[in-house]
Write a protein that binds this ligand. Structure first.
Ligand code: ADP
Length: 368
């Protein structure tokens, strides 16, 4: 007996131990292990002597409804179904329930929460609905303006025609960006994101990025680049580096008001001289504290006066973080609501040692 109790105590899976009641033949909860207690988080009197169906709401599709338990002969060793359990202090948990009759006639009920599967299913459903919506919006607009041009084109003056065509182009560009983002996300998911390290001049690269962002902003922002001429090169993948900084600087501009300032600073970290820190700071809407932990998750778009106005998919920061990590870097954010945000990326310096190591490694890979 003691061995069973000791064994259950060490398990991280929640387990209930039941005994058959005489003469009713019903199974009643006799004890449970600490893993169950921490999941249940309620009082003993809610459990002891109760029938398991008091606790577990059986999934309608269950193959072994608890209600039939007393009719299942002990030889039927293991049965499984899904169900809901209502812990004292939390929302209902979806669980996998397994029954295991042990030799001394007791019944063990193994309860495995599967919030991860559920979260994934939910995330997948959210993903599909967000993506469909993101596709539908530009497509509706393209179709609408193309229809108008076909039907009334001859009645429209050249300026109007040009305006409609440029809207169509703008929306097509938006679709292209969305598809590119989705492809990057699927590559990240499949871990097929090869990194090609090269030394990169941060100042030059950021100047180029800022120029291309400035060109497409509908209203001006002030960009300030504070990067010393003699900053060592960073050791990163040029395309990924550009995508990371492009996303951060673009967001800094998107989520702030016209004429405000976006500052990009880069310096060698004083306490880690082999790391370069790049800060992108804006004076924009900021991010509420409670959203900061999720800001780098897929599709996290936070409602603010500007998210409703500016286009976005909520994939940018997820991609940015994944690419930064793929390059061996770190990313973080500090933000104050209505004051602004600073996104910080830290990447290694392109030291001769790093370059030699990578070339050696690439050489070995090429040979093998
Ligand atoms: P997108 O911009 O396409 O919505 P991102 O993943 O780049 O997606 O950003 C996710 C969300 O984080 C944005 O919708 C916005 O609410 C918030 N956000 C990102 N950058 C900033 C910023 N610099 N200032 C304020 N909010 C930001």
């Amino acid at each position: 007996m003691e061995t069973l109790e000791t064994f259950l105590k060490q398990l991280s899976t929640p387990v209930l131990v039941c005994q058959q009641d005489n003469p009713s033949g019903e199974w009643r909860i006799q004890s449970w292990n600490p893993a169950f207690q921490s999941m249940w988080d309620g009082s003993q009197s809610d459990l002891i002597g109760k029938t398991p169906d008091h606790l577990i709401q059986v999934d309608a599709r269950a193959q072994a409804p608890l209600i039939q338990l007393k009719t299942i002969p002990p030889e039927t060793h293991l049965l499984m179904h899904t169900g809901l359990i209502y812990p004292a202090s939390q929302q209902a948990l979806r669980v996998k329930v397994k029954y295991d009759w042990i030799e001394d006639g007791r019944l063990l009920i193994w309860i495995e929460p599967f919030y991860e599967d559920m979260a994934l299913t939910q995330a997948h459903a959210d993903f599909v609905s967000t993506v469909s919506h993101e596709f539908r919006t530009p497509l509706t607009s393209i179709k609408g303006f193309a229809d108008t041009l076909l039907r009334y084109g001859t009645n429209l003056d050249t300026e109007q025609q040009k305006r409609f065509i440029s809207i169509i182009k703008h929306q097509a560009d938006r679709l292209t960006r969305l598809v590119e983002n989705l492809l990057t996300v699927s590559k990240i998911g499949a871990q097929r994101n090869d990194v090609i390290f090269r030394p990169i001049g941060v100042k030059r690269s950021i100047e180029r990025i800022v120029q291309s962002i400035e060109a497409k902003l509908p209203e001006p922002r002030r960009f300030k680049i504070e990067i010393p001429e003699n900053l060592p090169e960073v050791w990163a993948d040029p395309d990924k580096f550009e995508q990371v900084l492009m996303n951060l600087i673009d967001n800094g501009a998107k989520y702030s008001y016209p004429h405000s300032e976006v500052t990009i600073r880069a310096f060698v970290q004083p306490e880690h001289p082999d790391q370069i820190q790049i800060d992108v700071s804006d004076q924009g809407v900021g991010i509420p504290e409670e959203h900061l932990p999720n800001i780098f998750n897929k599709f996290s778009r936070i409602d603010n006066p500007l998210t409703r106005e500016v286009e976005g998919t909520g994939l940018g920061l997820y991609i940015t973080k994944s690419l930064t990590h793929a390059m061996g870097g770190q990313i973080s954010v500090v933000s104050t609501l209505d004051k602004g945000s600073t996104f910080t990326v830290v990447l290694p310096v392109a030291s001769p040692q790093r370059q030699t190591e990578t070339h050696l490694h690439e050489g070995l890979e090429a040979k093998s």
